[in-house]
Design a protein around this ligand. Structure first.
Ligand code: XLS
Ligand code: CA
Ligand code: CA
Length: 437
C-alpha cells in the first residue's frame, strides 16, 4: 500500500518530559483513568473532510496544502485518500474516522453516477477497517455544498432539493450501516434562512421534521442500529440556522415527536458561535441524557466565524471532560477532530502535529477532570450550595407539595429568607487552576 506519510512512524507515548514533537506527552492509550483506558474514554476520530479534502483555501486565496494523495484522476484520488486516512489513523493510534458521502467519493454528473462512485470506494474503506481495526464513528450526507442546495435541503423551497437530499441521506445511511458505523450525523448546513422576507418559517420547520421522520423510518427499514445525532450550529453558512443550539434542537425534536430517536453531536466552535461555552452545550445535552458525540475543535476569540482550529486549550478540555465524565461518557459517539490545520501549515506532517496536540490536550483534560472528581471538593461545594432544598420548605417544594398560597403563608410567618451564602466563584476558579498546574 502506498505510504503518504513515509517520514513518520507510529507516534509513541513518551510522557510529559519528552521534547519530541512527534510523541505523546499525555495520551497513553491504555492508561486507566477512573478504571477505564484513556482510549475508551476519549474515542478519538479523524474528520475525513478537513484532513484529506480541504486544501487550505479561504475567501482570499487558493489552496496551499501539499496533499500527496491528490492526482489528476478523481477516483484514484479517492482511493488514495482511503489509504492516507488509515495510515494516519494507525500511526496516531486513532481508532475512528468520520466522513460525508462527498468526502469519500467525487460527485458524478448524475445522482446515479455519484452513488456508483461511492459504491466503488466503500469496499476500500471496508478493507482498510478490516486491516487496521479502525472503525467508522459516523457518516453523514453533504446536503449543503452543491448549488442545488442553495435554499437548503430539508428546508428548501424547492421540493426536488428535499427529495435529492432524502436520496443522499438514504444512501449514506446504508453505507454507514454496511461499514458498521456507530452513528449517523445530521448537520443542517443550510437549514435556515438569509431573510424572513422570502421565508415561510413554519413550513420549512415542518419539512425538516418530515425529513427526519423519513430518516427514522429508513433506519428501521434497513436495520441500522447506530445512533442518530443532530449537530447544532447557529449560523454560517446561513444567517440563522434552525438547529441553533442544543436547547433549540431539543425543543424542535420534542415538538415534532422525534426526541427518542436523536442524541446531540456538540461541536465546541458551534457552541461559541451560539454565544455559549463548549461546556454549556455539553451540559445541556448531558442533563437531558442526549450527549451523543462531540466535534472537538475550537474557535478564535478574536474571530467571529467557524475557524475549526485544533483544540489546545487545557482549561476548555478540562471543563469539557468534567461534564463528559459526569455524564458517564458518550452515547455511542466519541471525540471527532472536526478541525483543520492553519493555511500556512501546509505540509502533511502538520496533520500529525495538530492531532498529537489535540489528543494530548484532551488526555490532559481527562486526567485533570478525574483528579478534580477524585478530590471531591467541587462536587461537595455544589451539593452544599443547594442544601436548603434537602429539608424543610425546599424538599416540600421539590416534592410538589407547596402551593403559592402556602409559600406566602410560610414567608409571612418567617419574615425574611435565611442568610445567603457566597457563591465563591474565585475560590472555585482557583481550585480548578490548582489541578491544572
Ligand atoms: C460544519 C459542520 C460539519 C458537520 C458535518 O460546520 O461542523 O462539518 O460536522 O456535516
Ligand atoms: Ca462539526
Ligand atoms: Ca464547524
Amino acid at each position: 500500500m502506498a505510504q503518504f506519510f513515509p517520514q513518520i512512524g507510529s507516534v509513541p507515548f513518551q510522557g510529559p518530559q519528552s521534547r519530541d514533537p512527534l510523541a505523546f506527552k499525555h495520551y497513553n492509550r491504555d492508561e486507566l483513568v477512573e478504571g477505564k483506558p484513556m482510549r475508551e474514554h476519549l474515542r478519538f476520530s479523524i474528520a475525513y473532510w478537513h484532513s484529506f479534502c480541504g486544501g487550505g483555501s479561504d475567501p482570499f486565496g487558493v489552496n496551499t496544502r501539499l496533499m500527496p494523495w491528490q492526482v489528476d484522476d478523481p477516483m484514484q484520488t479517492a482511493a488514495n485518500k482511503v489509504a492516507a486516512c488509515f495510515e494516519m489513523c494507525q500511526k496516531l493510534g486513532i481508532e475512528f474516522y468520520c466522513f460525508h458521502d462527498n468526502d469519500v467519493a467525487p460527485e458524478g454528473a448524475t445522482l446515479a453516477e455519484s452513488f456508483a462512485n461511492f459504491d466503488r470506494i466503500v469496499p476500500l474503506l471496508r478493507e482498510g477497517q478490516q486491516k487496521t481495526g479502525v472503525k467508522l464513528l459516523w457518516g453523514t450526507a453533504n446536503c449543503f455544498s452543491n448549488p442545488r442546495f442553495m435554499h437548503g435541503a430539508g428546508t428548501s423551497c424547492n421540493a426536488d432539493a428535499f427529495a435529492y437530499a432524502a436520496a443522499k441521506i438514504a444512501k449514506t445511511m446504508e453505507v454507514t450501516h454496511a461499514l458498521g458505523g456507530a452513528g449517523y450525523v445530521f448537520w443542517g448546513g443550510r437549514e435556515g434562512y438569509k431573510t424572513l422576507l422570502n421565508t415561510d418559517m413554519k413550513r420549512e420547520l415542518d419539512h425538516l421534521a418530515r425529513l427526519l421522520h423519513m430518516a427514522v423510518e429508513h433506519k428501521h427499514k434497513i436495520g441500522f442500529k447506530g445512533r442518530f445525532f443532530i449537530e447544532p450550529k447557529p449560523k454560517e453558512p446561513t444567517k440563522h440556522q434552525y438547529d441553533s443550539d442544543a436547547a433549540a434542537c431539543l425543543a424542535f425534536l420534542q415538538k415534532y415527536d422525534l426526541l427518542e430517536h436523536f442524541d446531540l453531536n456538540i461541536e465546541a466552535n458551534h457552541a461559541t458561535l451560539a454565544g455559549h461555552s463548549f461546556q454549556h452545550e455539553l451540559e445541556v445535552a448531558a442533563i437531558n441524557d442526549k450527549l451523543g458525540s462531540v466535534d472537538a475543535n475550537r474557535g478564535d476569540v478574536l474571530l467571529g466565524w467557524d475557524t475549526d482550529q485544533f483544540p489546545t486549550d487545557i482549561y476548555d478540555t478540562t471543563l469539557a471532560m468534567l461534564t463528559i465524565l459526569k455524564a458517564g461518557g458518550f452515547k455511542g459517539g466519541g471525540l471527532n477532530f472536526d478541525a483543520k490545520v492553519a493555511r500556512e501549515s501546509f505540509e502533511p506532517i502538520d496533520l500529525f502535529h495538530a492531532h498529537i496536540g489535540a489528543m494530548d490536550s484532551f488526555a490532559r483534560g481527562l486526567k485533570i477532570a478525574a483528579a478534580i472528581r477524585a478530590d471531591g471538593s467541587l462536587d461537595r461545594f455544589i451539593k452544599q450550595r443547594y442544601a436548603s432544598w434537602d429539608t424543610g420548605i425546599g424538599a416540600q417544594i421539590e416534592a410538589g407539595q407547596v402551593t403559592l398560597d402556602q409559600a406566602r403563608r410560610y414567608m409571612l410567618d418567617k419574615g425574611e429568607i435565611a442568610p445567603n451564602q457566597s457563591g465563591r466563584v474565585e475560590m472555585l476558579e482557583n481550585l480548578i487552576n490548582q489541578f491544572i498546574s
